[in-house]
Design a binder for this molecule. Structure first.
Ligand code: HEC
Ligand code: HEC
Length: 119
């Protein structure tokens, strides 16, 4: 794979696994560890996919969008800020995608890893 791999539909399972190993884990491990070295000491595939290797959207807690915003920013301010400022941009880079832009409602954002429920 090239230096600017882009995650896209239609890859084989082996290509997806290779992509995650080459691009996602090396980019995201230091991001999570810099936030909490103890909690993410064993950072690996399961941090996002869970022990039963589900899709992140099925494993991670869902987020709620209400009154024009995600409730997570009021309920878990520190973690939500870390997710928005560190996790989203680094993950977008790792995936070879643009980070979510509310102006165009496109790009890789919270919904790339979490299910977002509209209320
Ligand atoms: C930082 C979070 C994160 C880590 C760590 C991570 N993944 Fe993923 N992975 C994702 C996300 C998000 C998707 C969904 C991408 C999409 O389809 O838009 C995904 C998709 C996949 C897929 C394709 C969809 C599926 O679930 O079958 C495979 C296979 C996969 N990852 C394997 C791995 C492997 C193997 C590792 C460890 C080497 C790993 N991932 C580490 C976030 C992560
Ligand atoms: C690359 C994947 C990824 C993206 C993108 C992402 N998150 Fe997360 N999020 C995680 C992982 C992994 C956890 C679990 C962390 C843990 O258990 O320590 C998590 C946990 C959370 C939690 C804690 C939920 C709970 O009830 O314990 C909140 C809140 C959260 N994320 C909000 C957000 C918000 C808001 C965004 C967008 C700004 C976002 N996340 C984007 C991977 C992601």
């Amino acid at each position: 794979m090239s230096a600017h791999d882009v995650w896209k539909e239609g890859m084989t399972k082996n290509q997806e696994i290779a992509f995650m190993k080459k691009n996602v884990v090396p980019e995201m491990e230091p991001v999570f560890k810099s936030y909490n070295a103890n909690r993410y000491e064993d950072f690996n595939c399961r941090t996002c996919h869970g022990p039963r290797f589900q899709e992140p959207k099925d494993f991670l807690p869902s987020l709620t969008f209400k009154d024009g915003k995600l409730t997570a920013f009021a309920e878990h301010p520190e973690l939500a800020k870390f997710m928005a400022e560190q996790v989203v941009p680094h993950m977008a880079t790792a995936m070879g995608l643009l980070p979510y832009d509310p102006k165009t409602n496109s790009g890789f954002g919270c919904h790339g890893c979490h299910e977002v429920k509209m209320q």
